[in-house]
Design a protein around this ligand. Structure first.
Ligand code: MG
Ligand code: ZN
Length: 223
């Protein structure tokens, strides 16, 4: 099936960028580090965030805003791992989150107790690349059950992301997926991408991911 994208008028985009600036300011005022987690559908990013919340939710004061097109299933899954509020945004058909939705979601979150904010975007590698949500960095998640050419097919997403997570590596023995090729493809689009290889399911590679988050939060606090 063809991928459909919404044509966005420049005015709408300009307004979004303005609101993203406001979100960025609020996060900055509270010393909160923020990541916009983008991915293809079914890459396992909700499970990655579930494991992250379970391990580091309290330690790093993690808050999550999670977007879904039509359900709040992901938010429900995440909420099992934290006593803190997981703010669901149901986009009602839209294939991405926008800054206004994040701004609204933040009013429900205890920002004083938050050090790290994950915004889990809608699973879609196309238009979320164009929507600034006020985050510091985008993290793109994809998995070894997809093609090694994902970064070449969706170059903009890999270009605007600073970090990449290649997930489901526990499945590698059953697949012909070439990890080196996937990384090479991604770096041909964005040489600065930093990679994490993980299996959210088995926990493989999560130590490095957790260590990264700890050091990022510490560095952010020390600014
Ligand atoms: Mg999800
Ligand atoms: Zn969209």
């Amino acid at each position: 099936m063809a991928v459909r994208t919404i044509e966005v008028r420049e005015k709408v985009m300009a307004r979004n960028n303005e609101l993203a600036g406001e979100v960025r300011q609020v996060l900055d005022d509270h010393g909160i580090l923020s990541f916009n987690v983008v991915s293809s559908p079914g890459s396992g990013k909700t499970l990655l965030l579930e494991k992250t919340l379970a391990a580091l939710g309290e330690e790093l004061g993690i808050a999550v805003v999670t977007g879904d097109v039509q359900t709040q299933n992901d938010a429900d899954r995440l909420a099992r791992h934290t006593v803190r509020l997981v703010q669901a945004v149901v986009t009602g058909g839209a294939c991405h989150l926008d800054a206004l939705q994040v701004q609204d979601a933040l009013t429900a979150i205890d920002l004083a107790r938050t050090k790290l904010l994950f915004v889990e975007n809608v699973g879609n590698l196309v238009c979320p690349a164009s929507w600034d949500l006020g985050e510091r960095d985008k993290i793109v998640v994809f998995s070894v059950t997809e093609g090694e050419d994902k970064p070449l097919k969706y170059p903009k997403m890999f270009k605007v992301s600073r970090y990449a997570v290649l997930n489901k590596i526990d499945l590698l023995p059953h697949l012909d997926f070439d990890v080196e090729l996937a990384i090479r493809n991604a770096k041909s689009v964005n040489p600065d991408l930093e990679f994490f290889l993980t299996s959210a399911r088995t926990g493989e590679g999560l130590d490095a991911w957790f260590a990264f988050l700890r050091s990022q939060v510490a560095a952010h606090a020390a600014r």
